[in-house]
Design a protein around this ligand. Structure first.
Ligand code: 13P
Length: 294
């Protein structure tokens, strides 16, 4: 079976044995092939109290116990549950902590906001930025998203930049233009070096919470566009090493086909991350799909 990571380098699945370093999102092999570590992120959105979250995390950690670490697994609870989740995570849990948003200033008179240093202090390693629900329901603009990316990177948080087209935009054939514009507006002014570690999540708005996932072909085409735009606007090396996730009605049933493509490095999951069984199943399918040399 052929297994390729990075753009043009088909390699034998059995020819590589790679130890996954959870703190490195990609690595070059001696053959010059970029291996992107799989990433599964559960975006809880506005669900679960702190008490519910602690119970959920203990049950989930138990289910994930012994899962081989071929993918990084991240949970992004509401701010109010971050501390409870961190406390409930024992040292052997493969789960990492992420947040769903943040403000770009470090501190000050910004009622209702939280900053990157606050999230880092709570043990967060990732932060979701520019989710379409933030853009459409709360008026987030690319300029603010860019400032948030800058602040996250400055404090060592890994941003997960969400982009995606509406149904109207897809039907009018402008998906590529929309993705290109969102990337170009969110990522200017950064050096390639600074953007090492950023993740992009392709989340078509029409697929979010609808039960109607993008087809593998639609996801792959969008991911190829994203990588092409990153290659020309940032650098080919960053385009090659950046992980691109798919999000929108991902389930235990469709995760395997999505991850079968080398263009899809993982998933950003909403509804299906809220039950222990469905998130644990997705994690285990993803781990199997990303295992190399076994
Ligand atoms: P669903 O998986 O519920 O479609 O949500 C996707 C999403 O918005 C994740 O950020």
């Amino acid at each position: 079976m052929s297994y390729s990571k990075g753009k043009h380098f088909p390699v034998s699945r059995r020819s590589l044995t790679v130890q996954i370093d959870p703190y490195s999102s990609s690595r070059a092999t001696p053959g010059g092939i970029t291996l992107r570590t799989g990433l599964i992120v559960g975006n809880w959105k506005m669900n679960k109290t702190a008490s519910d979250a602690a119970i959920f995390i203990r049950a989930l950690s138990e289910r994930l116990h012994g899962l081989s670490s071929h993918v990084e697994l991240v949970v992004a609870p509401p701010f109010t549950a971050l501390h409870a989740v961190r406390t409930a995570l024992d040292a052997s849990s493969p789960l990492q902590l992420g947040a769903q948003d943040m403000f770009w200033e470090d501190q000050g008179a910004y009622t209702g906001e939280v900053s990157a240093p606050m999230l880092v202090d709570l043990g967060c390693r990732y932060v979701i930025l520019g989710h379409s629900e933030r853009r459409t329901l709360f008026g987030e603009q690319s300029d603010g998203i860019r400032k948030k990316i800058r602040a996250a990177l400055k404090h060592g948080l890994r941003p997960i930049l969400c982009i995606g087209e509406s149904l109207k935009q897809r039907e009018s054939g402008t998906t590529d233009d929309v993705l290109t514009q969102q990337l170009k507006e969110s990522l200017p002014g950064f050096t390639a070096e600074a953007l090492d570690g950023i993740t992009v999540a392709y989340e078509p708005i029409w697929a979010i919470g609808t039960g109607k996932s993008a087809t593998v072909e639609q996801a792959v085409a969008a991911h190829q566009t994203i990588r092409r735009v990153m290659a020309t606007t940032i650098s080919p090396a960053i385009a090659d090493s950046t992980r691109i996730l798919y999000g929108g009605s991902v389930t235990p049933q469709n995760i395997a086909s999505l991850l079968a493509s080398n263009h899809v490095d993982g998933a950003l999951i909403g509804g299906a991350c809220l039950q222990v069984d469905s998130f644990a199943t997705i994690a285990s399918v993803a781990s199997a799909a990303r295992s190399i040399g076994v």
